[in-house]
Design a protein around this ligand. Structure first.
Ligand SMILES: *Cc1c(COP(=O)(O)O)cnc(C)c1O
Length: 400
């Protein structure tokens, strides 16, 4: 049998889209879908946002790429915006979340070596997700994603998420630790929200131990959780923060921001990227960042997220199949009592795009920040009805 020309790294739903507008996608047969996934937290401004389209087409006609061997004014402007928003000192640009995290891991290792630690170790969490490159896969807390790719990269030690005592135990026993790498809210494992003071406590430990606090905001950044970065709700400033997904609204770009000593670690020759922060990607990201800030979209994400979560809690109260509805801004999860992987397909049939993660038990929604109240209510009504039918009837043969 002939192999398909694209490697089978994904199980894809049988639908292909040919255009999008705002919160809507249109397939090749002319059907429309409410996009409550945003290409996994990427298209926060929705599809075909005029500011992003304009920035990309203008810049594409002018200059797409030069090289990081030359100065790139658009990259400098983007770095200036991001440092001003975040309180960080400087930025390295790559092309993805994994690359942003690779930069963070390299900063932590070099920081360790500068302190005389020969085998620098980074604390990472159970059920975390940091990417698919060898170092970020090794940092990821998912055995099935790692299986078959051993030997993994050394230099990581794992702790349970949202468990400060476990971090203190490691601090007391492992002199090689140089940093903590953690998602402020775990995304891929199912919108896991830690205690309100978790990041502040990690900040204290890092200060006491002289470790770097490194936050993976690849998914939580760019307004999604109600502030530009999620850590801004914790009253702390990290040493390193990475972001990507929503930064380019679909134009591939990743950023690793650093502050204080972490910002002084890299010198020329230590790290690089051919494409990272090129004029086209920087122009797109500038349009995204300015739109999020000028239009108050982080605040909008907070309000809209509350509306959606409250709507689901009301409509799904007493539904036996539903364990919990939770969310922070526009990271929203409906946790089921048993696996409901086929809900993604059933929702698609009903004209709504979402995904099911966390071992099939967590229905996850990452709607665009520009979604209207009416669209949000349509989302809540459609998915609540679907889950209630699915829950009440023979689950093996759901009637939809
Ligand atoms: C998606 C994601 C990544 C990986 O980003 P890529 O762009 O796919 O490399 C890393 N960390 C978190 C928290 C993510 O959600």
């Amino acid at each position: 049998m002939a192999l398909e020309p694209v490697m089978k790294t994904y199980n894809r739903l049988s639908v292909a889209f040919e255009r999008g507008e705002g919160a809507w996608l249109y397939d090749t047969d002319g059907n429309k879908y409410l996009d409550a996934l945003s290409g996994i937290a990427v298209t926060g401004l929705g599809h075909a946002h005029p500011a992003v389209t304009h920035a990309i087409s203008e810049q594409a006609a002018r200059l797409i790429h030069t090289s990081n061997l030359y100065s790139i004014p658009l990259q400098e402007q983007l770095a200036e915006r991001l440092t001003r928003i975040s309180g960080m000192d400087n930025v390295f640009f790559g092309n993805s979340g994994a690359e942003a995290n690779e930069a963070a891991i390299k900063i932590a290792r070099r920081y360790g070596h500068s302190k005389g630690i020969d085998l620098p170790t980074i604390i990472v969490m159970e059920n975390s997700f940091h990417g698919r490159t060898m170092a970020t896969l090794s940092a990821t807390g998912n055995r099935s994603a790692q299986a078959g790719f051993e030997p993994l990269v050394a230099g990581f030690v794992r702790a349970p998420f949202n468990d400060v005592d476990a971090i203190r135990t490691i601090a007391a026993n492992n002199p090689n630790v140089v940093a903590i790498l953690v998602e402020p809210i775990q995304g891929e494992s199912g919108v896991m929200i830690p205690a309100d003071d978790y990041l502040a406590q990690l900040r204290d430990i890092c200060d006491e131990q002289d470790w770097l606090l490194m936050l993976d905001e690849v998914q939580t950044g760019n307004g999604r959780t109600g502030t530009y970065f999620a850590y801004q709700q914790s009253g702390i400033v990290p040493d390193v923060v990475t972001t990507a997904k929503g930064l380019g609204n679909g134009m591939p770009i990743g950023a690793c921001l650093a502050s204080g000593n972490a910002a002084k670690v890299f010198v020329p020759g230590n790290h690089g990227s051919t494409f990272g922060g090129n004029p086209l990607a920087s122009a797109a990201a500038l349009a995204v960042v300015d739109t999020i800030c000028n239009e108050g979209l982080a605040e909008r994400a907070k309000q809209l997220g509350e509306r959606i979560v409250n709507g689901f809690r009301e409509q799904l109260s007493g539904a036996e199949y539903v364990k919990e509805v939770r969310g922070r801004g526009l990271m929203i999860a409906i946790e089921l009592t048993e696996a409901g992987t086929e809900l993604a397909v059933l929702a698609k049939v009903k004209g709504v795009l979402l995904n099911v993660t966390g071992g099939g038990k967590i229905v996850r929604m990452l709607p665009p920040l520009i979604m209207s109240d009416t669209e949000a209510d349509l989302l809540v009504n459609t998915i609540s009805k679907l889950i209630k039918i699915y829950s009440a009837d023979d689950r093996a043969k759901p009637r939809v």
